[in-house]
Design a protein around this ligand. Structure first.
Ligand code: 26V
Length: 819
């Protein structure tokens, strides 16, 4: 097996680098005294825990020193508020960032333990749904790398994103239990706990007082996150809900044993599970409770820290930058106002100045169904004081709107914090905009679109706040660790500078025609593909050839991401091969993975269709292995780390204008996969970075999508004009892939043709032809591998270090220079 962690971009000073023997002693001490096992009886999990504890000691040294430095320097701190942190496994990351790979590997070898196998023991921390949560994880690691003093604030969900099991093509959701093996990375901080109120009444007129009917405790759990180079570590502080009183003793003594615990169970449900939707604002009260719970705890915590050190709230904007990751923590704007006014006696205007100077907000979606709004009655019941503040804020804001030349009712309705159309609801996006001095989109196109659409009117009123911050990914996880082989090859070609300076990857451009390098890269890809082929065989029992083109689409299942386009291509290609079996077809393995939100019926149908189509194609002897379709269940961060380095082709085919950025697209390109994609999200910037000849762009542009929506969406003409599309959709429609239930997909196909909301029919032919262009390039390995190397060389800019430097310099007012 390949070494998972064999690249040491960062060398520790010799005095702080343990020898393998010292490392072994440290691990054995942890095994003995912390895990309580002797080596002879230790299970792989015990070894994992012992190693994690031993590595953690180094992390903690950096962490405590960072904390001391941060305090002494009085430097401004960033607070990144996110309901999701999709951090995945941490051991490899910590080892790699600390530069401890060799001593740890050798130490374990001395005990006959393989580090790579041991890393597999770690549960994948899935405290997030998808892109938004993974971005937060990359960001906190980059902030540590750049030495930006930061806290990530979120919720310590007892159960992360559900485990996906596929039963005969049907997705089942099983609870996830990442904490059951024990979490060696976290420190419980019983003493750091804040009361969080809900409900009740408000008294007072000038000085208001909220008397919540219910109070629960938010208890801190800290995880240190060490940056690349091991010089700085930040804190990921996750809040856990705890009842104020653990047990109602009187009830218990009366013999009502369950009743005695009822309150506690209810209270603690706030941090029990992550919401598994990534598509629609769930109207559930529990989610609003989660949002307020973590926003309030975080703000109380950062205010206390500031007061302890500086003694006055006046200086808050000089010392504190609060980044809202989407609108989920936007109630924090009102909570900060409440704390400043009701608890610190600050006047409204001053409180508003402080709040807006501290807050900034990132928008991650344009999808109307994902734009959060909360029913006014619910907010009034749960957060009565906050609702008062919202009304007052809205009154002042609408006064400003009315003062505009040409102000009218339409303008007032569009910009009000309260939506009046579908029952009265609070618009969290508007609130986040009003309460922030900076608002950003996550790719150039997305930012242009939010300026034009959802924030058009607010931008006109409060201009100059919107800017773009194109997303990024941490190369340490997504290249150095996930693809050590390629990392080694790049190092051998251009030296190690790129390991710490992402722009140095450009140096690879000059070597793109080097046949020796091309061959090394292709050999490495083959090895990665062989590894993935083994995973595929083990998990789903399908045998695939590593020589075939690996065509990969992995992401949440969503109509706008158009996995259906990919499945339709599989069907059309299948039919084409059957029609001309003698042709020299390029062998392809299509690999799909991703979870559907449990309540998202169409997304689950797409998964089922992929399985039905796969069953037929994979078993057809006439195809002779030239086309395979594989759906890998339970996609998560660690599976992504195995899949992405093995991809030849990256599918980024969302309907133009709908994918805010995408970050998987960056991971694939960095690892040398070529992209087939639409001009959507960051694909646009990836095309500019790698050059139009090294990416396969197809489909309608965002402008054209808009125009077509305007002209109506029926796709009869497209289907009639495309024999290929007609044949593929008809086959699915009449049950060729679901003979036991022939009409399983009839309405799905009909709706695509009657109202092609996602432009699948419109884009299909162009997509199919572009896939043919992919095949042509594949037949020319010298050109293919040149393009692949140019992808890796071109995407250095998509490092999250660059993204964080932009946030720091342009939003947080924290000067940061990249190496
Ligand atoms: C909304 C909701 C609604 C309630 C249930 C839970 C839930 C969870 C998430 C969301 C918003 C999803 C927004 C999101 O994930 N956007 C993605 O953000 C990525 C990072 O910026 C970006 O690359 C993706 O294009 C974008 O879809």
């Amino acid at each position: 097996m390949d070494a998972v962690v064999n690249i040491e971009p960062f060398s520790r000073s010799p005095s702080s680098r343990p020898t393998p023997a010292e490392m072994r002693d440290r691990i054995l001490a942890k095994l003995t005294y912390q895990v309580g096992k002797s080596p002879a009886w230790a299970s792989p999990r015990d070894w994992f825990l012992a190693s994690a504890f031993a590595v953690r000691d180094f992390v903690v040294e950096t962490w405590l020193a960072s904390g001391r430095r941060s305090y002494a320097s009085e430097a401004k701190r960033v607070y990144y508020l996110s309901l999701e942190f999709l951090i995945g496994r941490l051991l490899q990351d910590a080892i790699g960032n600390l530069g401890l790979a060799e001593p740890v590997r050798e130490a374990l070898l001395m005990q006959g333990v393989d580090l790579d196998a041991l890393c597999e023991q770690e549960p994948d921390a899935a405290l997030g749904n998808g892109g938004l949560g993974r971005l937060a994880a990359c960001f906190i690691e980059s902030m540590s790398t750049l030495g930006v003093n930061a806290f990530g604030y979120g919720i310590r969900y007892e159960h992360g994103l559900f485990r996906q099991v596929i039963d005969d093509g049907v997705q089942q959701e099983l609870p996830e239990d990442w904490l059951s093996v024990g979490n060696p990375w976290e420190f419980e901080r019983q003493e750091i706990a804040y009361p969080i109120g809900f409900g009740g009444i408000v008294t007072g007129h000038i000085q208001h007082q909220w008397h919540p009917a219910e109070r629960i405790l938010a208890v801190a759990y800290d995880t240190p996150v060490v940056g690349g180079g091991g010089l700085h570590a930040n804190t990921l502080r996750l809040w856990s809900a705890r009842a104020m009183t653990p047990l109602h003793l009187e009830t218990f003594n009366r013999g009502d044993h369950e009743g005695a615990l009822r309150d506690r169970v209810r209270t603690e449900s706030v941090s029990r599970v992550l919401y598994p939707g990534d598509d629609s604002a769930s109207g559930q009260e529990l989610r609003l409770r989660q949002e307020y719970f973590f926003a309030s705890a975080s703000l109380q915590d950062l205010l206390r820290r500031h007061m302890d050190q500086f003694g006055t709230v006046q200086t808050l904007p000089d010392k504190v930058a609060i980044q809202l990751n989407d609108t989920h923590p936007a109630i924090g704007i009102i909570e900060l106002m409440r704390l400043l006014m009701d608890e610190h006696g600050v006047e409204w205007d001053e409180a508003w100045r402080i709040t807006t100077a501290c807050m900034s907000y990132t928008n991650h979606t344009l999808l109307p169904e994902a734009l959060e709004t909360w029913p006014v009655p619910l907010m009034e019941r749960l957060l009565p004081r906050h609702m008062q503040i919202i009304y007052l804020l809205n009154a002042r804001h609408l006064e400003h709107v009315r003062a505009q030349p040409g102000a009218n009712d339409e303008m007032l309705a569009a910009t009000s914090l309260i939506e009046e159309h579908h029952g009265r609801r609070v618009r969290m996006g508007h609130l986040a905009f009003l309460g922030s001095h900076a608002i950003n989109g996550v790719s150039a196109l997305h930012t242009a679109l939010i300026r034009r659409s959802i924030f058009h009117d607010l931008d006109a009123l409060y201009g100059g706040r919107i800017s773009n911050k194109t997303n990024g990914i941490t190369f340490r996880r997504w290249l150095h660790r996930a693809n050590p082989g390629l990392t080694r090859i790049i190092t051998d070609t251009i030296g190690p500078a790129f390991l710490t300076d992402h722009e140095a990857l450009h140096g690879l451009t000059a070597h793109a025609d080097d046949l020796g390098l091309q061959q090394s890269a292709s050999r490495q890809r083959l090895a990665n593909k062989q590894k993935l082929a083994r995973v595929i065989r083990e998990r789903v029992g399908i045998t695939v050839s590593s020589e075939a083109l690996f065509d990969v689409q992995v992401k949440r299942i969503h109509e706008y991401k158009r996995q259906i386009l990919n499945v339709l291509h599989a069907v059309a290609l299948y039919q084409a091969i059957l029609a001309e079996p003698g042709r020299d077809w390029v062998p392809r393995v299509k690999i799909l993975a991703g979870k559907a939100a449990p309540g998202y019926r169409v997304a689950k149908q797409v998964i089922r269709l992929a399985h039905d189509v796969a069953k037929v194609i994979n078993a057809d002897p006439a195809i002779d292995g030239r086309l395979k379709l594989v759906f890998l269940p339970n996609y998560n961060v660690s599976l992504a780390e195995q899949i992405i380095p093995a991809a030849d082709l990256s599918e980024q085919v969302s309907t133009a204008g709908m994918e805010a950025s995408g970050t998987g697209n960056m991971k694939f390109a960095l690892n040398g996969a070529l992209t087939i994609g639409t001009l959507d999200g960051a694909n646009v910037e990836i095309r500019d970075a790698v050059g139009p000849d090294n990416i396969f762009i197809f489909g309608l542009t965002a402008e054209e999508v808009l125009a077509r929506r305007w002209h109506g969406l029926a796709a009869h003409d497209q289907v009639a004009a495309s024999p290929r599309l007609k044949k593929a959709t008809e086959a699915i429609r009449w049950g060729a892939f679901s003979p036991g239930e022939p009409h399983r997909y009839t309405s799905m196909m009909d709706s695509m043709i009657e109202r092609d909301t996602f432009m699948v029919a419109s884009d299909f032919d162009n997509y199919f032809e572009t896939q043919e262009a992919v095949d042509r390039l594949w037949r020319d390995p010298v050109r293919w591998w040149r393009a692949s190397l140019l992808n890796t060389a071109g995407v250095g800019w998509f490092s999250s270090d660059r993204t964080i430097a932009e946030y720091a310099n342009e939003i947080w007012n924290i000067p940061v220079t990249l190496s």
